[in-house]
Design a protein around this ligand. Structure first.
Ligand SMILES: [Zn+2]
Length: 129
């Protein structure tokens, strides 16, 4: 799947977001090593802290649908003038499933692309020193 198709899938996912409190509708599309694509949107809750981000919902969908845990690329869309990289909680969850490239894009022309390990150096990991 091309980069622009992944971006379109992320943007489409954002349109499904449940964000009545922040109005901040985020969409994520992730590409697994097997070539499948899964999407997620943010789902807010009245008790704010229970809100789940688009990135974590996309990962949950990959696992729920096909048991996929190897992620190659993650594309995140936010309806903002500048790109918004994943939050700290999502960075930790992404780390669990490899060191994928993460691209953040938005309504503006700018985008950011980083490897997961660059966004979360020294991540919590039970399997490392
Ligand atoms: Zn997040």
């Amino acid at each position: 799947m091309s980069e622009s198709e992944l971006q379109q899938r992320a943007k489409d996912a954002a349109s499904k977001a449940y964000a009545p409190y922040s109005q901040f509708k985020v969409g994520c599309a992730l590409l697994t090593k097997s070539g499948n694509v899964y999407t997620g949107c943010n789902v807010e809750n009245a008790s704010y802290g229970l809100t789940v981000c688009a990135e974590r919902n996309a990962i949950a969908n990959a696992i729920n649908e096909e048991g996929e845990i190897e992620i190659d690329k993650i594309v995140v869309y936010t309806p903002t003038p500048t790109p918004t990289p994943p939050c700290g909680a999502c960075r930790q969850v992404i780390h669990e499933f490899g060191n994928p490239e993460i691209k953040s894009f938005c309504e503006g022309e700018k985008s950011n692309t980083h490897k997961s390990n660059a966004l979360l150096p020294y991540a919590f990991d039970l399997n490392k020193d």
